[in-house]
Unconditional design. Structure first.
Length: 534
């Protein structure tokens, strides 16, 4: 008679001896047989360890000490992670406050670089322009170092949580449980094929009855194993907190670079003006003119070096998109675990980081020509910046929309009247996104209108505004358009955006059309800024 090997498999990491001493155990029965008909029914008289009900949290019958050991490991792991998260949270809050309150970082350093200090730097030797550039960027570098250090703290917690004490045991148990479920399906399918129906089913052979009993026992053990797996499954709450911290650290990192680009752009314009204003005469100069003349070589050196450093900062910030790419997967994992609050918090952090990325790209688009030329030489043209802007905008909007859909849909929280602070924040961030979109559209309109006005009237901002005030209109839907020549509607035409009728005859506009005064008001400052940066 052939007998099957009914083995009691211990699922744990490492050796069996080690598993018995400190790790949670799951009894898993695996059946190895060549034929369901050859099982000795007498072998099944040895019962499994008696368990009236599966004891949740206890992985081995009669050994509750293992649960206590596991709980102790969990508490130590949670305490260590909580301490790291608390330290990172404190530093994150302090850095955010510094970034929000520190303005004119470079300008403040520039104010301290008076002529006596520059003379002292010259006496020390070396390149004064290099030293001045380094001094200007030192506060920015310190903020970026702090932001990266905070990111590293959260990343360490994330790495720690990806390999918690129970994870190997959990993964091994999941693999074995999956194998058991497949074996149960195979044995059930084989039994159905052999059993057939009709008269043959009335006389059940003892071997088939034994196989059925074994399948029943295996099903019961699967129920117990599934319950134990719930206790083995790692808690992702603090893992999601660390992911939120990583995204928040990225947000501050991008904010620092965006601020640096904006301030460096203004400083480059001031340096350009200072260099061009240096008098060529050496007689009857005021003290201020003497200082400007003395510092002119330094300013000229800064004009060469500062745009280079600005480009490096921008590329450094754009390369951090890799962290944002991981955000959708983090949100998905939190949602699949039904940790909806963590999913909402991750979504909020991702949207804020996306807005910071948009702010960085916007600051890059506003850089003076000295920096834009270097960016173009590095392969980052204005068109590519627009594409990056649109991609970042689409991803940020998609993240926010998905979170709001989850709140009103699958989670069921909206139907219960449950208010979530992260969802409220996302709704406000969505409004910011819409404002950014409108501002971006207005910036594109400003550039287009400047080109049209320059062709018709000249490159002067004042002249462009004068010409546009008599030629710029809006349709009933608010879309701006320009009428050339005399500026009057001498023929019928339609809005290029929506197709509504905008003009008639005899200089008369169609009803609902009017001069686009609100567009002119918004364009005035933009056109001046564009001319200053040219």
């Amino acid at each position: 008679m052939h007998t099957s090997a009914l083995t009691l498999t211990l699922t744990a990491s490492g050796s069996t001896k080690h598993a018995r001493s400190c790790l949670p155990l799951i009894f898993i029965i695996s059946l190895s047989t060549t034929s369901l008909h050859t099982i000795d029914s007498h072998f099944l008289t040895f019962p499994l360890p008696p368990a009236r009900e599966p004891i949740r949290g206890v992985r081995r019958y009669g050994r509750p000490v293992n649960k206590a050991s596991l709980d102790l490991m969990d508490r130590k792991h949670l305490a260590a992670s909580a301490a790291k998260l608390a330290a990172a949270d404190v530093r994150l809050k302090a850095l955010r406050q510094r970034i929000n309150t520190q303005d004119r970082v470079m300008a403040a350093v520039m104010d301290t670089l008076q002529t006596p200090k520059i003379r002292a730097m010259r006496r020390q030797g070396g390149n004064v322009a290099d030293a001045t550039t380094a001094a200007l960027l030192a506060p920015i570098a310190k903020l970026l170092q702090d932001a990266y250090a905070i990111h590293k703290l959260y990343d360490d917690v994330s790495s720690l949580y990806l390999s918690p004490p129970k994870r190997r045991v959990y993964e091994a148990a999941v693999a074995q449980l999956t194998k058991m479920e497949e074996e149960l399906k195979e044995t059930s399918a084989a039994a159905s094929a052999i059993g057939g129906g009709g008269a043959a089913a009335e006389a059940v052979p003892p071997a088939e009855a034994a196989a059925a009993a074994l399948r029943q026992a295996l099903s019961q053990s699967l129920v117990t194993a599934r319950q134990d797996l719930r206790d083995l499954k790692p808690d992702n709450t603090q893992l999601c907190r660390s992911w939120c911290g990583i995204l928040q650290g990225l947000e501050l990192y991008l904010m620092v670079i965006a601020k640096a680009l904006s301030e460096a752009g203004r400083l480059i314009l001031n340096l350009r003006e200072a260099v061009s204003a240096v008098s060529t005469t050496t007689r009857d100069l005021t003290r201020a003119q003497h200082e400007r003349r003395f510092n002119a070589p330094i300013y000229q050196g800064l004009l060469q070096r500062l745009p280079q450093q600005v480009c490096k900062l921008l590329i450094q910030g754009l390369n951090s998109y890799q962290v944002l790419v991981m955000a959708p997967d983090w949100i998905r994992r939190a949602t699949e675990s039904q940790c909806y609050n963590s999913s909402f918090q991750l979504s909020e952090a991702a949207v804020r980081a996306g807005l910071a990325q948009l702010g960085l790209i916007r600051a890059a688009q506003s850089l003076p020509n000295e920096a834009k030329t270097l960016l173009a030489e590095a392969g980052l043209s204005a068109e590519q910046l627009r594409e990056l802007w649109q991609a970042a905008l689409d991803q940020t909007r998609a993240t926010a929309t998905a979170a709001l859909d989850l709140y009103t849909g699958e989670s069921g929280l909206a139907g219960t009247g449950f208010e979530n602070s992260a969802i409220k924040a996302i709704q406000e961030l969505m409004r910011q996104l819409e404002r950014l979109t409108q501002e971006a559209d207005m910036a594109e309109i400003a550039q287009a209108l400047m080109a049209v006005a320059a062709a018709e009237y000249g490159s002067s901002s004042a002249g462009a505004m004068t010409w546009l005030s008599g030629h710029l209109y809006r349709c009933p839907n608010g879309h701006p358009y320009v009428i050339g020549n005399c500026g009057g509607a001498m023929e019928e035409a339609r809005c290029p955006e929506c197709g509504l009728l905008i003009g008639g005859r005899n200089h008369l506009l169609q009803a609902g059309n009017a001069r686009a005064t609100y567009v002119l008001d918004n364009l005035r400052d933009r056109l001046v800024a564009l001319e200053d940066g040219a």
